[in-house]
Write a protein of this length. Structure first.
Length: 163
């Protein structure tokens, strides 16, 4: 146990990719694991038939990672004021099992008054974006910078700028 390093008891890896096929997305994956994974983990990757359920998905959402919210925020333009609800489906990668499943989500511009108040509190804030999961109990206002990168995701993460 040199320097606190220990070999992992189990590990998994996942490669996930998407290709446009006209109006649809074709998702594929490969991956494997080793070691003694806990029995409560879901199967790695996509279950049979999941590709069809993901055919409308364009973006990947890595569970617990607010950076992946940037892709739909920028693509949908919801960091601009006055943008109504934009429902989408993402390919959600659940951690730690790396199971891939469709995740219906809704993005919209947050209230302008909230954006103005947040900008006073934190000058990095460009806008507030409302994010809601259509299948999980998640509905939050995200603050984002002028690049659409998440500054705060309530109860999950806050970006800290290091000098």
């Amino acid at each position: 146990d040199e320097g606190g390093w220990r070999e992992p008891v189990w590990q998994r890896h996942l490669n996930l990719w998407r290709r446009d096929d006209g109006a649809r997305s074709l998702w594929r994956w490969e991956g494997d694991g080793s070691g003694d994974a806990p029995g409560w983990l879901a199967p790695l990757g996509m279950e049979d038939g999941m590709e069809l359920l993901l055919s409308d998905a364009v973006d990947v959402d890595l569970g617990g990672c607010p950076v992946t919210n940037t892709m739909p925020i920028r693509r949908l333009g919801v960091d601009a004021a006055g943008v109504g609800e934009r429902p989408i489906t993402t390919a959600w990668v659940r951690l730690p099992d790396l199971a891939v499943m469709p995740s219906p989500q809704v993005y919209s511009s947050g209230p302008q008054a909230l954006t103005e108040a947040m900008t006073v509190l934190d000058p990095r804030v460009f806008s507030v974006v409302h994010y809601r999961s259509a299948t999980r109990d998640v509905s939050v206002d995200l603050t984002v910078d002028d690049h659409g990168l998440v500054l705060t995701y309530p109860d999950l993460a806050a970006r800290v700028d290091v000098p």
